[in-house]
Every structure is written in structure tokens, then in C-alpha cells.
Design a protein around this ligand. Structure first.
Ligand code: AMP
Length: 304
């Protein structure tokens, strides 16, 4: 089991879906990622919050064993995101993004973090993502990156620079098309792989996840759920399961990568069952094992 470092946002989210509405609840890319990955390995967070950030939220992560030494409280307000979903839960509409303390965030990795063997550059400014990668004393065994339309539109050049240096990119389907400038998802995945990453994981919401690794495709459907309340954080929770599982393996080969996609899908399938991190905070390791088995049954080809 190896340590996993994540750099990303810790947020207060206000979200509306057809099934309810929440105001300034715990969210953020690093939050969902670290909570999810904490079921598999030791996670360390580098992020910043404002002075208004509730201590109870930090305790929630601390209670899962997430190392928060790299989480800095800065003068000012916590990053806020306001999002809305219609009946098509696959598409988040961003109503407001207030970077607040994230606008001035300059992640400085302490010596202890600079040799972490697994690194996840969660959705933040691509210049910050590259800066963190540069601070690593040794090239991590595996570096993955996530991004979103906000940065594809606003900082595409910076994004392409950091993409050239990572092993894995996780991205949702709309954003993959946007980044590649290519409507066909298969071609889009190949085009993104040609920008640098050996592995491209395209998250397709209720349609599952598609992985292209070393030129070969692998696909897992989403777990068929009857009640989905809030898809916020599904992508980061997926990445937490994916990277957390890999960090816990001795060998990272094609089979491990495939299982990681299933673990990512398992974790994401829980997150969407409630708002914020509510469902994850009720999760037990046995639930993860059960749903992994259910996934196996869902996609196996032999009968009985
Ligand atoms: P996802 O897993 O893709 O649903 O990501 C959801 C999380 O991303 C939310 O909890 C937001 O707080 C966070 N988020 C949204 N916009 C940004 C942004 N521009 N930078 C960093 N984090 C963001």
C-alpha cells in the first residue's frame, strides 16, 4: 500500500437537482477524491480553505484517516461553486464559481510530501497542477489529472502543457470532445492520448466509463441505480476509487487498471445516491465489496 497525494479544491457547494437543493455544503474535488480513496490507502491532501470553513468538515476527513497537514487555512473566504442539474443529470450547469482563497493558492509541498509515489492533480488551475508536479523530488510511480470545461475554455495552453507530463487523465465526455475538438468519443480519447497521457479515462455519467490505455479500450457501464439524487462529485469519487485502488497494488498492469475502473465506478455509484458526501459517510468497506461483486455479475458474459 503506497501513499497517495491529492491537490485540488475543498469547497462549499450549493447544488440544485430535480430531487432537492442544498446550500453551502461540503464539496470540492480534493474532498470527494480523498474521502473515496481513504477506503483503499493513506491519502494526503494539499488544498486551501478560508477562515469561514466549518471545523466539522475537516473532522469528517480526519476521521477517515485523511492526512490534512497540507490543508492550509488562508485569510478570506472558502472557494464556492453553485451548480444545477436538470432531468439529465449527466450535465452540470455552473451558475457561479467564486475562487476566493483558491485565486491566491500557491501549493507548497513540505519535504515529506515531495516523494509521495501516487499523485492526483484534481480539478484546479492547470498552472497549479504543473507547479505541484514540478515540486516532486522523485517522479511519482503514477500521476493522474482531472480537469473541466472552466479550464479547457480559460487556460487550454496551460492545460496542454501539464497534460504532456501525466500518465492518466480522467475527463468527462463533453469535456473530452471539447478538449479534442472532436465529436466522436473514440477519436477524442485517442486525440487526448496523443497529447501525452498513456491512459485516458472518459467518464460518461450514467453511461459508464471508457478507458483507453496503451491503445486498447475497456468499458464499464454505470451501476444501474433507481435513485440518483445528486451527481456532484461523482467524477472525483471515481478518481478516488481508481487511484486509491492502484496505490494499494503491488503491480500496475492492464488487469489492475481494469479493476481500478470498476472500483472507481463502484465508489461513484454511492456518491450519487445522496447530496454532498452524505452517502459516502455512511459507507462501510463491506458495501464496497458487495457492489464490486454486483458489478462483476452485471457485466459477466457467462450465464447462471
Ligand atoms: P465532479 O466530480 O466533476 O462532479 O466535481 C464536483 C466538484 O468540483 C464540486 O464539489 C466543486 O466544488 C468542484 N469544482 C467546480 N468547479 C471547480 C473549479 N473551477 N475548480 C476547482 N473545483 C471546482
Amino acid at each position: 500500500m503506497a501513499d497517495l497525494l491529492v491537490v485540488g479544491s475543498v469547497a462549499l457547494d450549493s447544488v440544485e437537482t430535480p430531487f432537492g437543493k442544498v446550500h453551502e455544503v461540503l464539496g470540492g474535488s480534493a474532498t470527494y477524491f480523498s474521502y473515496s480513496a481513504s477506503f483503499f490507502t493513506q491519502v494526503r491532501v494539499v488544498a486551501t480553505v478560508g477562515e469561514d470553513f466549518p471545523g466539522a468538515h475537516l473532522r469528517l476527513l480526519g476521521d477517515r484517516g485523511v492526512d490534512l497537514d497540507g490543508l492550509k487555512t488562508s485569510k478570506g473566504k472558502t472557494f464556492r461553486w453553485v451548480g444545477q442539474y436538470g432531468y439529465d443529470l449527466n450535465e452540470a450547469k455552473t451558475l457561479d464559481t467564486q475562487l476566493n482563497v483558491l485565486a491566491e493558492f500557491k501549493p507548497a509541498l513540505g519535504d515529506g510530501l515531495r516523494r509521495t509515489p501516487f499523485l492526483f492533480l484534481a480539478n484546479i488551475d492547470p498552472d497549479l497542477q504543473r507547479d505541484v508536479l514540478r515540486q516532486m523530488k522523485e517522479r511519482p510511480r503514477l500521476v493522474a489529472l482531472d480537469t473541466m470545461n472552466f479550464w479547457i475554455q480559460g487556460k487550454q495552453e496551460a492545460l496542454r502543457r501539464v497534460l504532456a507530463d501525466v500518465d492518466v487523465v480522467t475527463i468527462n465526455d463533453g469535456e473530452a470532445r471539447q478538449l479534442a475538438g472532436e465529436p466522436n468519443l473514440i477519436r477524442a480519447a485517442r486525440a487526448i492520448a496523443s497529447m501525452g497521457p498513456r491512459t485516458v479515462v472518459v467518464k460518461r455519467g450514467e453511461y459508464g466509463a471508457l478507458m483507453l490505455t496503451d491503445g486498447a479500450f475497456f468499458f464499464v457501464p454505470a451501476y444501474p441505480l433507481e435513485s440518483v439524487y445528486d451527481p456532484t462529485g461523482a467524477g472525483d469519487t471515481f478518481a478516488g476509487g481508481f487511484m486509491g485502488y492502484l496505490a494499494a497494488q503491488e503491480r500496475i498492469d492492464a488487469a489492475a487498471m481494469r479493476r481500478a475502473v470498476v472500483y472507481g465506478s463502484v465508489m461513484a455509484s454511492f456518491t450519487v445516491e445522496d447530496f454532498s458526501l452524505k452517502r459516502l459517510t455512511r459507507l462501510r468497506p463491506a458495501d464496497i465489496a458487495d457492489r464490486y461483486t454486483a458489478f462483476h455479475d452485471l457485466i459477466r458474459l457467462d450465464g447462471e
